[in-house]
Design a protein around this ligand. Structure first.
Ligand code: CTP
Length: 412
């Protein structure tokens, strides 16, 4: 189920102090089921030993064009030709320059020249070297040729200085590799998926709000999975404590009205809407502009008005595949079925609110017009992956009958 399982990854390591971080990446890729062939430049060997990568990947590490393993599979050109993705991390100014010039003076550059696989380059170097017009021009050349070149991060460098030149963390590199592989040949490549997540906050006064217990975990995991399957993803999120997934466009919102505006804007060009957010049904009619003060022994009555039904308002959009959620405390299936119809959804995902809120695991039932498919209780990440695979399957079945969007009609 992992999108990296069985993928052939070439990991090119250059001579930068950040090479130590890539040992973790080699391990993570291998644990995800990828076959990882590490190629080290001469300079890289000054920073990390080949034995480290060999132990972590369980495969011979390649350091020299002229002394390749003798299994007949690995040749200096065939390695690149077999790859699903080539990753260069850390990429030094020198290797970036050699790649931009189209040189093939060592095994890594030769492999890049011989491959047609997507190329991910993660530069890491002294900030002055990174900012230099020569390096920037080389990066622009590589991007123009289709390489995905990551922006290094800002922070404390190995030398006592702060600047832009740090290698992203291994988990972030892993996410970028998954995203690139998905964009290249995932089932959702070329599709735009909008995911909403978290709960909305409806202001009572400048310091208080009406909210709910949604953590956003499920929505964030769905967004990451849609990205891994190749989609361009817009994640519209209420406030959460989570770190947004990499390579996903995040729109932060606070209230139901903000969420409605963001969903309408993003869905103008979308193929799939996954409405996972816990949108508040009501908001204070007139939020106070000043902090509300206690009045003697009196309580407080707040007048509430109904919020719009964000997904329900899109019921007329027959060009958009819509998935809703129903977290219920009773009559789970009956309530979910009625929402499926009322809101004009293609699928609804039902769960027991009490059994899942604040829990690491979740059990789901997915309903369409006729069927109910049960997904067993499992971690929210695994549940999200299974759910998204099911959404993709149903989306593909629905596609042939899809009505052209207003945009497509206008384009004709
Ligand atoms: N939803 C929405 N806009 C709202 C409320 C809910 O788009 N104002 C979406 C949710 O994101 C979810 C689905 O509608 O995908 C069902 O949400 P839920 O809160 O369970 O349903 P309600 O419309 O609030 O119905 P009820 O009050 O009967 O529970």
């Amino acid at each position: 189920m992992d999108t990296l399982a069985g993928k052939r990854v070439i990991l090119g390591v250059c001579g930068s102090i950040a090479a130590y971080k890539v040992a973790q990446l080699a391990r993570d890729l291998t644990l995800a089921g990828a076959r990882v062939d590490v190629i080290m430049t001469k300079a890289a060997e000054q920073f990390v030993g080949a034995a480290t990568f060999q132990a972590l990947t369980g495969r011979p590490v390649l350091t020299d064009m002229w002394t390749l393993p003798e299994d007949g599979v690995v040749g200096h050109v065939s390695l690149g030709m077999q790859a699903d993705v080539v990753v260069i991390a850390p990429a030094t100014a020198n290797t970036i320059a050699r790649l931009a010039a189209g040189l093939c003076d060592d095994l890594l550059t030769t492999t890049v020249l011989a491959t047609r696989a997507p190329l991910l380059i993660a530069p890491a170097m002294n900030p002055a070297m990174y900012d230099h017009p020569a390096t920037q021009a080389n990066i622009a050349t590589l991007r123009a040729r289709g390489a995905c070149v990551l922006e290094p991060e800002f922070g404390r460098m190995a030398e006592p200085l702060v600047g832009r030149g740090r290698l992203p963390e291994p988990a972030d590199l892993l996410a970028e590799i998954r995203a690139l592989l998905g964009r290249h040949n995932g089932p959702l490549r070329g599709r735009h998926v909008v995911v909403t997540a978290g709960g909305t906050r409806e202001p009572i006064d400048p310091v208080r709000y009406l909210g709910n217990r949604s953590s956003g975990q499920m929505g964030y995991a769905l967004a990451a999975r849609a990205r891994d399957l190749g989609a361009t993803v817009t994640l519209i999120s209420g406030p959460t404590a989570l770190t947004p997934p990499r390579a996903v466009h995040v729109v932060a919102v606070e209230t139901a009205l903000d969420m409605r505006a963001a969903v309408q804007a993003a869905c103008a060009q979308a193929d799939i809407l996954i409405m996972n957010a816990a949108v508040a049904d009501f908001r204070p009619a007139q939020p106070s502009t000043e902090k509300i003060k206690k009045q003697a022994d009196e309580g407080l009555t707040i007048q509430l008005v109904q919020n719009p039904d964000v997904v329900g308002e899109l019921a007329h959009r027959n060009d958009l595949f819509k998935v809703g959620f129903a977290a219920e405390t009773r009559d789970l299936l009956a309530n979910a079925r009625s929402k499926l119809q009322r809101k004009g959804l293609h699928l609804i995902v039902a769960n027991d609110a009490v059994a899942s809120i604040g829990q690491a695991e979740i059990a789901l039932v997915v309903l369409d017009g006729e069927q109910a498919i049960e997904l067993p209780r499992q971690s929210k990440e695994t549940a999200a992956a299974m759910l998204l695979d099911l959404i993709v399957e149903r989306f593909e079945q629905w596609l042939p009958g899809r009505q052209p969007s207003a945009r497509e009609n206008g384009d004709r």
